[in-house]
Design a protein around this ligand. Sequence first.
Ligand code: SF4
Ligand code: SF4
Length: 368
Amino acid sequence: MTIKKLTRSIIKFYHFLSKNNYPNSLKLEGLKFDIIIHYLTWRCNSRCITCNCWQTSPTEQKKEVWNLDNIRKFYSTVKANYVYLTGGEPSIIPNFREIVEIIYKTSGASVSFTTNGLATKKIEEDLLWLKKRGIIFSLDLSCNGFEQKHDFSRGIIGNYQKILELINFCQSHKIYFTLSFTAFSFNLDEAIPFIDYWNKKGVEVTLGIARFDQRYKINENFKKDIIDDRDYPRILEKILKELCEKYPQYLPQYQLIKKINNNEKNFPCFGLVKRLVVGPYGEVFPCDGLVDKLYLGNLKESDFDFRKFIQSKEDRFKEVFNIIKEKRCQPCFYITDLLYGINLTLPKKDIIRILKKRFLVRIKKLFK
Ligand code: SF4
Ligand code: SF4
């Protein structure tokens, strides 16, 4: 079994190296995404100062389209290697675990989902339920620093302890998880110590860059703590530079911020080429920016059949592809999945360092 997994990893690694080219045109026939980011709901049980999803009215639930039938229809007609479920807080959806099961069984994609960990018991029950059914999934625990900073960011005392409980739970049940740290002004000083601390414990930390679009309206009372408009991008660049000395996997983020700070455009984004984003009400976009000018349509129009959706939207897909290819939607903090662009933006020696690191981490996991 381990040999099989190892072989698959080696194939994936070479596949990654060889296919990482940007296409001249978008081929809709047989289109397969590397990743679908699926926002199931905007509702949330948190009280974060960095985001107002939790203020979404409960009545919005009526507009959400992702019942089990629509999930099944969509995932049996779209091709993807990997599906990432997010929100809002996905675990608040009562039939969340059935959604994961259907996606896994109908699409064959690996499934991962984010959580703030607040509904700890329900999350643990869901995880065990999925594990018992042999569903392969992973968990992304959102954590913005050590106890004081994380609880400050959530607006809820005790959230960090719940994250620790979930970490213990995942470790004792051999459930794969990562921690995701989003860098704001107030927690930038903890980025390196936090990553160091969890790295020593063998836990991978992904680093996200704060988002400040309309969806993530920040609490006005804390604006100064969350982002200092003048200094944040430069300090972030400095910290990322330092971080990359030890952890080359953060080089793409560093490169992105550096270019944005210098007012330069990045490589053509892989949104739509390798990544698709779906919203709680059936909206489809090429990226998490969810910007109007890149809107592709609503899946309700094709009764959640993605093949029909593409057929009816051929011209729109091509139009959006051209905007992205010509970088007309940049500069952009959302530039999708930096992973794909690294060979277009980084020096060769850095790419090799990152790939080597990723490969070693994967191998280490297989033999754990
Ligand atoms: S940041 Fe996440 S946990 Fe916090 S309110 Fe927004 S969606 Fe909820
Ligand atoms: S560059 Fe930004 S706006 Fe354009 S597709 Fe990529 S993530 Fe979206």
